[in-house]
Design a protein around this ligand. Sequence first.
Ligand code: BGP
Length: 483
Amino acid sequence: MPLPETFRWGGALAANQVEGAWREGGRGPAVCDVATYKPHADPKDYAVHHQVTVEGINAALADQNDQMYPKRRGIDFYHRYPGDLALFAEMGFTTLRVSISWTRLFPTGEEVEPLAEGVAYYKALFTEMRRLNIEPLVTLSHYDPPLALALKNNCWVERRTIELFERFARTCFTEFGHLVKLWLTFNEIDGITRHPFTSGGIIDQTVEGSLDQACYTALHHQFIAAASVTRLLREISPDAQMGCMLTMLVTYPNTCRPEDVAATQAKERLLYLCSDVQAGGGYPRLALRALELRGVKIPFEDGDVELLAENTIDFISFSYYNSMTESADPNAERTPGNTVLGVKNPFLGSTEWGWQIDPIGLRIALIDLYDRYAKPLFIVENGLGMRDELTEDGRIHDPYRIEYFRAHFQQMIQAIEEGVDLMGYVSWAPIDLISSSSSQISKRYGFIYVDQDDLGRGSGKRYRKDSFFWYQKVIASNGADLS
Ligand code: BGP
């Protein structure tokens, strides 16, 4: 069965990992700008890369040498985007996911008017994408809350941030609404409980009360902000669509021991909390109870329940990299995955970073989500981070990447055959960029190689990998030719 003609193919990026130019045009600092590259830390040790203190932030801000802060330079997409977009067009992209840096428009998050230079930059970017027939899919918030708000009041823990975010979103819809018809609110919205600073601008040290409570307070504020800007989008740009964005952490019971199944079920309850709120329109009762039993109370205010119920999203988007298992045994061996530590699955292989590769898990994710919500789905992140080698003749042979995508596309196509309504697929990432978790560039995801190392050395030149030509063929055949 062929894929629908309207199926979208492309790639996904995030401002904080590609743009660079962190001080240009009046842009204010965001939490990503103080993410330090730690060359001696084990890249598998997720927690160490996310440790943050006020002293650490201030020291990073005072550090004039940007070398150890790779997200400040990204891959210089800010200046090089015309060439990069041309390469994406050459691959046949019909869609590109990008994000807007909040602090490029509102440097501290609190200004009343946006910076003209920031507005002009994104207008030029989206216009160029349209010229190349690449539809923008735009995330409003991808791991870059304003640092000023984080330092002032732990950003999303404070309810007032909703208003500030609405102002930012209103600017985006008004200024770019004629160019952008597909929007996402918060990248991996569930992630705030796993990396509170990166997602929510929450600094553990300055939180009053428990961090657990602060995270769920902030998550609730993001839900309210997302519902509120969804309503706003419908007023300003009625022909546009809004999606939510989840981390699909597909979890299997480690064994058929009922204890393991129950542990998995408990984990899934919180996994689906965000989609239940954003697609279903309200908090699920059992998840609320599970939080209550942990001492966490959701800070509902008048009107919140109605706002969430009336402003659910149009489509569900998600990232999928790996699956994991869950066990009742506290000593079970764990391995990292995307922003988590899961129990190791002996049936799966993994990358150097410990992420377990499971193409069938992608089909399971698609079927699960479609079955639960019957809303159109969009895969907005999926890909393989590996070390690549640039050969002397300027080639990159990456059969492992082709193999990874082929296996995932087969499962994706099977899910569509089984009846899932899938709007499109955009890979993470079409070009090498700075890793979100470890700030390395040597964990390479792209079809396009960037000549730059972890310390920012290199020409920055772009090279087409073997997978570039393979993906080009897949897109040209609309998924029919995976050979
Ligand atoms: C997701 C993020 C992305 C991205 C990806 C890969 O969690 O949304 O920003 O980076 O994971 O993760 P990493 O960069 O840590 O390999």
